[in-house]
Design a protein around this ligand. Structure first.
Ligand SMILES: NC(=O)c1ccc[n+]([C@@H]2O[C@H](COP(=O)([O-])OP(=O)(O)OC[C@H]3O[C@@H](n4cnc5c(N)ncnc54)[C@H](O)[C@@H]3O)[C@@H](O)[C@H]2O)c1
Length: 386
């Protein structure tokens, strides 16, 4: 069996997502399994070059995982002919600039979401990529989560009948990180809570909800969103107090093509009493489903209980009991699944629809949601043209 190397410049891999999901759980896992199998039997073996600002961190990361190549010289990495792909998981604000450079250097590009902090920048990237005729992709990992794959299958089988509504509950308590109060450190980077550093839950999560809704339930046609900054002060990675300038909760409603209505609560200021950190409830005329990241449970029309409102007696129905687990196993890590598709696409094998234009749609929705909040108004989501 022949093997083909594909060099990947990986920028921003010392960060949370870069290290865990992209380097370890995706690229190194793909290497460990012997690469991505192409149709002709060739194995495509990714060869990462770690690039960032901090030589010490890069060297330590490379050493820990037995990676030979690392560098602090982004220009040189982009000039190199050994690497066909550029990947970015560094800061959101920096992304349009580094992607533009990579596209100009004729690299195929793959990146984390959001692709930019403004729609104008996101669309400029789409145009540049088209002009340069490079291949491009944006992380839309939730589509490969087992819970959501099961929802997509139920929908394709017609289980729901006509889908009426989709309710998304996302969030958990992110600690403020006050050392004086003996709190554990915050479990997310502090830039998430600073608008001036590209933070905010609306920009972060509405990018996800856009592709989840578009792909699973119908294209998003209109949005109404109320944001909030519930926790005004937080403590950063160095234990220093800072003002939270970005939204940490978003209460959004969407109208979808086909008539379904979606409501998503996204918050870093809630305590979890539900099955998972993200749960999606889909209600249709013929049945309902509740999915978490991995599991999915259904209740058909015939299994639907018939409650009657009576606060004077203890609830006679166990509402949790009337649901069936959707079977399914053998799902791979969601980020890795999408990486494999992208690498096959770069090798000329598979189409890849999750590209920069799809990424721009996420930024469009986030931008409109922020505007809706500001204006306190429903806003249409126009079809994007690059
Ligand atoms: N797909 C998802 O579910 C998901 C989840 C979380 C974050 N993200 C996205 O991933 C990206 C990174 O988020 P994170 O949570 O890993 O953040 P992080 O702060 O942990 O990591 C950011 C990385 O970027 C590097 N960086 C920052 N500024 C840089 C610069 N000027 N030059 C070079 N490198 C620089 C940092 O050193 C670090 O390695 C963000 O765009 C975020 O929106 C996606």
């Amino acid at each position: 069996m022949s093997e083909k190397r594909i060099g990947i410049v990986m920028h921003g891999v010392t960060g949370r997502m870069g290290t865990n999901q992209h380097l370890v759980r995706s690229i190194l896992a793909i290497r460990a399994q012997g690469g991505v199998a192409l149709a002709d039997g060739t194995r495509l073996l990714p060869d990462p070059l770690l690039v960032g600002r901090d030589a010490g961190k890069l060297q330590a990361l490379a050493r820990e995982h037995g990676i030979e190549r690392w560098s602090t010289d982004l220009d040189r990495a982009l000039e190199s002919r050994d690497d066909a792909v550029f990947f970015d998981a560094a800061s959101t604000q920096l992304r349009p600039k580094v992607l533009a450079r990579a596209i100009a250097a004729k690299k195929h590009v793959y990146c984390e979401k959001p692709v930019a902090t403004t729609l104008a920048e996101a669309l400029a990237l789409v145009r540049a990529a088209r002009k340069a005729r490079i291949k491009h992709g944006v992380v839309q990992d939730k589509l490969w989560l087992p819970g959501l794959v099961k929802l997509a299958k139920l929908r394709a089988e017609g289980f729901f009948g006509r889908i009426l509504s989709v309710r998304g509950e996302f969030g958990y308590w992110v600690f403020e990180g006050d050392p004086a109060r003996g709190q554990p450190p915050a479990q997310r980077p502090s830039w998430n809570y600073r608008k001036e550093d590209g933070g905010g839950i609306i920009l972060d999560m509405l990018c996800h909800w856009r592709y989840v809704l578009d792909n699973l339930f119908g294209e998003v046609k209109a949005v109404s969103c109320l944001g909030a900054t519930h926790i005004p002060w937080r403590w950063d990675e160095k234990g220093k107090k800072y003002r939270a300038t970005a939204d940490d909760a978003a209460y959004a409603t969407f109208e979808l093509a086909g008539g379904a209505i979606a409501q998503f609560n996204s918050s870093w200021c809630v305590r979890v009493r539900r099955d998972d950190l993200l749960t999606l409830q889909v209600d249709g005329t013929q049945g309902s489903a509740v999915a978490g990241l991995r599991d999915c449970r259904v209740q058909s029309y015939a299994e639907t209980p018939r409650p009657v409102w009576n606060p004077d007696v203890p609830q006679p129905i166990d509402f949790y009991a009337g649901w069936r687990e959707v079977p399914g196993e053998g799902y791979d890590n969601a980020f890795k699944a999408q990486w494999e598709l992208f690498l096959r696409h770069v090798a000329g094998e598979a189409p890849f629809k999750w590209n920069l234009l799809e990424g721009a749609k996420g930024v469009q929705l986030a931008e409109l949601a922020l505007k809706s909040w500001k204006l306190r108004k429903w806003l249409p989501v126009p079809r994007l043209k690059a």
